[in-house]
Ligand binder design. Structure first.
Ligand SMILES: O=C(O)CCC(=O)C(=O)O
Ligand SMILES: [Fe+2]
Length: 304
C-alpha cells in the first residue's frame, strides 16, 4: 500500500502552537489567549489544567498495559464487524482510514451512553482509573468550552448546552515504531467539536498552518486541545477546525489518548443564532452529527 512520508513537505518556520497556563489568575487574559489561538490555529496546549499527575500516570498506565496484551486478549473488546458502532478495539485500520495505528475507542460520558462491553476487563483497574480520568477531563473540557463560549460574546454555558452537554469518547492510539517517518494518522480535521489529547511523551503530532506542517511540542503533562468541525460550524467559522496528522517515531512506540467531545445524538448543530445577522449570513448548514458525517464522508456538503 502507498504510504505518505514526511519528506515531501517543505520545512516549517519556527512557530509553535500557543501554550496557555490555566492557573493564571487573570481570567480575561486566559480567555483572550484561548480565543486568539482558536481563531488563528484551531489548536493550543494547556498547562496547569488541574488533572492530577498521578491520575494521568495511572490512566496512561492502564491503556499501555491493555495494548501490551496478546492480540487474542485485545480481541475480547474488538469492534463488531458489520455494526454501525465505531466502538471497540481495531488493529491497523488500513483499509478504512489509511491509518497505521491500532486503536481502542469507547464512550466515557455521560453514563447513559456507556457500553462497558468495549471497556477492557484487563488490566483489572482499567475501569476505575478511566472513570477517575473522565471526571477530570470532563471538568477541563467544560472550562475550555466556557472560555470559547464567552469569547463568542455569548453566555459561558451556551456552547455546552448547544452540544446537549456533550458526548465524550476516549480513543487510544498505539503507533509502533517506524524506521521511515511514515504518517501514522493521515491529515484530517476532526468531525467532533473538540478533542483533548495527551501523549506518552513521544512527539509526533503536527498541525497545518500558513501552508506548513508544524510540530506540536511534546510538553510533559500538557493537554493538547484540537478544535474540530462542530466548533467551527457553531462559531460560523470564527474558530478554526485544524488540519492535523501524526508522524510515527523511528525507535519508540507512540501512544496518544484523545478524548473526543461530540454533540449528543440528535442535537442539530449549525451557526449559533446569536452570531447570525444580515451582515453575517450562516456559512454552514445546521445538521446532526450523524447527518454531517454521512454528508462529509459522501462529499455532499454544500458549505465549508
Ligand atoms: O495521535 C495523534 O497525535 C493524533 C490522533 C488524532 O488526530 C485522532 O485520533 O483524531
Ligand atoms: Fe484527529
Amino acid at each position: 500500500m502507498e504510504v505518505e512520508r514526511v519528506g515531501q513537505y517543505a520545512s516549517p518556520p519556527s512557530e509553535t502552537v500557543p501554550i496557555i497556563d490555566l492557573s493564571d489568575p487573570d481570567d480575561e487574559l486566559v480567555e483572550r489567549a484561548l480565543v486568539k489561538a482558536s481563531e488563528e490555529w484551531g489548536a493550543f496546549q494547556v498547562v496547569n489544567h488541574e488533572i492530577p499527575a498521578e491520575i494521568m500516570r495511572r490512566f496512561q498506565d492502564v491503556g499501555r498495559k491493555f495494548f501490551e496484551l496478546p492480540a487474542a486478549e485485545k480481541e475480547a473488546v474488538a469492534m463488531v464487524p458489520g455494526s454501525k458502532s465505531i466502538e471497540g478495539y481495531d488493529a491497523r485500520n488500513l483499509k478504512l482510514a489509511k491509518s497505521w495505528d491500532d486503536h481502542l475507542l469507547h464512550k466515557i460520558w455521560p453514563q447513559s451512553c456507556i457500553n462497558y462491553r468495549f471497556w477492557p476487563k484487563n488490566p483489572p483497574d482499567y475501569r476505575e482509573v478511566t472513570e477517575a480520568y473522565t471526571r477530570h477531563v470532563t471538568k477541563l473540557s467544560e472550562k475550555i468550552m466556557g472560555y470559547l463560549s464567552k469569547g463568542l460574546g455569548i453566555g459561558r454555558e451556551v456552547l455546552k448546552e448547544t452540544l446537549g452537554g456533550g458526548e465524550y469518547m476516549l480513543r487510544i492510539n498505539y503507533y509502533p515504531p517506524s524506521y521511515d517517518s511514515v504518517i501514522g494518522a493521515p491529515a484530517h480535521t476532526d468531525f467532533d467539536a473538540l478533542a483533548l489529547l495527551v501523549s506518552n511523551g513521544v512527539a509526533g503530532l503536527q498541525v497545518f498552518k500558513d501552508n506548513h506542517w508544524l510540530d506540536v511540542e511534546d510538553i510533559n503533562s500538557a493537554v493538547v486541545v484540537i478544535l474540530g468541525d462542530q466548533i467551527m460550524r457553531l462559531s460560523n467559522g470564527r474558530y478554526k477546525s485544524v488540519l492535523h496528522r501524526s508522524i510515527m517515531d523511528k525507535e519508540k512506540t507512540r501512544m496518544t489518548w484523545p478524548v473526543l467531545i461530540d454533540p449528543m445524538p440528535g442535537m442539530v448543530v449549525g451557526p449559533l443564532p446569536e452570531l447570525i445577522g444580515d451582515e453575517n449570513p450562516p456559512k454552514f448548514e445546521s445538521l446532526t452529527l450523524e447527518d454531517y458525517i454521512y454528508r462529509r464522508t459522501n462529499m455532499l456538503l454544500g458549505d465549508g
